[in-house]
Unconditional design. Structure first.
Length: 328
């Protein structure tokens, strides 16, 4: 059931459902989340069951403001504080040491916890109302079935889970790919997942030096699995030359079951579904999951995608496409 996030009574009702231990999906500026109160292990278990997510993959806990982070963190070292002060509310998840006994199921028993303060007014309103009802944090993974494409509209969530689930509808997500994850629980802050904001932007805002490669000690994180974000169709990533030649040699039967998402491919040859990828990394991120879902739903068996350009601002999009290609 969709609830309009612009309606105060609807937000209050969504918060009450959360407070009672029920699941509520909600808009954030990155992707839609599937939320449960973080202090209730039984409520959190419903997220894992509904998503089909392995129970050893930790969830991010969403908080209304930076002060609430202290409820869940054992310590907030200065890089953590700086990141929170300069990037929150916003598309950044900070991994810190977890306060013992707090949000155990949400953290999948790990000694660390991922915290994020989302900027979207719908998420902000929901977290504020929930907090007023005694809910300090809301555990929420992306609101898609495990391993599939993340949702950027309320309809995407309903497409995955049906209309029985409450979805706080805040319109299409502005950023379109998930938050960057920075682990500050280790000696040197490290990027575990590139996100909607580039590494350069996070460093510029916060002044914190972030190691771009997590190394071998990164805890298990489904957004960091090599294969993820899978459409039903087979997704192939190619440079523009390879894509052009492949299109030239493809016969007519092939074309009928093919979709292309590219910045440079010319066409469309008759029968090809061609979507133009924006030249701007932010615009590409904003539409990425929506385009993949749409192409997938059109019944094609192949999706050929042109490699995004070099450059850090494309890291998030490149990362999601590589994982989608690895899964199919
Ligand atoms: O933008 C986002 O981050 C969205 C919205 C809903 O906030 N959420 C999201 O959640 O992308 P999810 O569960 O799809 O991805 C969260 C990632 C997973 O890869 C998870 O394993 C990792 O964060 N993660 C969570 N807690 C962690 C921890 N303590 N240590 C390492 N990784 C962690
Ligand atoms: Mg996810």
């Amino acid at each position: 059931m969709k609830l309009d996030a612009a309606n105060d009574a609807a937000v209050r009702s969504a918060a009450q459902h959360l407070a009672q231990g029920e699941l509520v999906a909600f808009a954030t500026e990155t992707v839609y989340g599937l939320g449960a109160r973080a202090d209730d292990d039984e409520a959190v278990a419903k997220i894992y069951a509904l998503k089909g997510r392995p129970v050893d993959h930790p969830l991010i806990v969403h908080v209304h403001h930076a002060q609430a982070a202290a409820t869940f963190a054992a310590a907030l070292p200065s890089p953590a504080l700086r990141l929170m002060q300069t990037c929150w509310p916003g598309p950044l998840t900070v991994i810190v040491k977890r306060r013992e006994g707090m949000a155990t199921a949400a953290a999948a028993g790990q000694s660390t916890i991922g915290l994020r303060c989302p900027a979207h007014p719908a998420a902000q309103a929901l977290l504020r109302e929930a907090q007023a009802l005694g809910v300090a944090g809301v555990a929420a993974p992306s609101a898609n079935r495990f391993g599939r494409i993340s949702p950027t509209t309320a309809q995407h969530v309903i497409d995955d889970f049906g209309s029985g689930l409450i979805v706080l509808d805040g319109g299409p997500c502005d950023l379109g790919i998930e938050s960057a994850i920075v682990d500050v629980s280790r000696e040197r802050p490290a990027l575990l997942r590139p996100g909607a904001w580039s590494l350069a932007e996070l460093q510029r805002r916060s002044g914190v030096t972030i190691d771009p490669t997590p190394g071998t000690h990164a805890p298990r994180a489904s957004g960091t699995l090599e294969a993820h974000y899978a459409p039903q169709a087979k997704l192939r990533l190619m440079d523009s030359q390879t894509l052009t030649s492949a299109l030239e040699v493809l016969g007519n039967e092939g074309l009928a079951t093919l979709a292309v998402y590219s910045r440079s491919a010319r066409g469309p040859r008759r029968g090809t579904k061609l979507r133009r990828m924006p030249d701007d990394a932010r615009a590409a991120a904003q539409e990425l999951f929506s385009v993949l879902r749409e192409l997938d739903a059109s019944g094609v068996t192949l999706i050929w995608v042109e490699q995004p350009p070099e450059g850090h601002e494309w890291d998030g999009v490149r990362d999601r496409l590589q994982r989608a290609a690895a899964s199919t």
